[in-house]
Design a protein. Structure first.
Length: 74
């Protein structure tokens, strides 16, 4: 059975009113889903902010090996 999808224009207050009518278990599931979506969005944004073409994997690997060599010498 495929769920039917509807598109409605609702204000935040209307959505909040509907959520308040949900049973506690459904409120918890909704809260978890929203938290996961927000976390995924923040993580994606964070990863994008670190993405660069200025340094290659080979350069990173070489730097790691250099540091490891220095540490092992001590």
């Amino acid at each position: 059975m495929n769920p039917t999808q509807y598109q409605l224009s609702l204000s935040f207050e209307q959505v909040l009113s509907l959520v308040k009518q949900l049973p506690e278990a459904d409120k918890l599931k909704l809260s978890e889903a929203l938290s996961k979506e927000l976390l995924d969005s923040k993580l994606t944004h964070l990863l994008q902010s670190f993405k660069t073409d200025e340094i290659s994997l080979e350069e990173i690997t070489q730097e790691v090996e250099t540091v490891r060599t220095e540490i092992y010498r001590q």
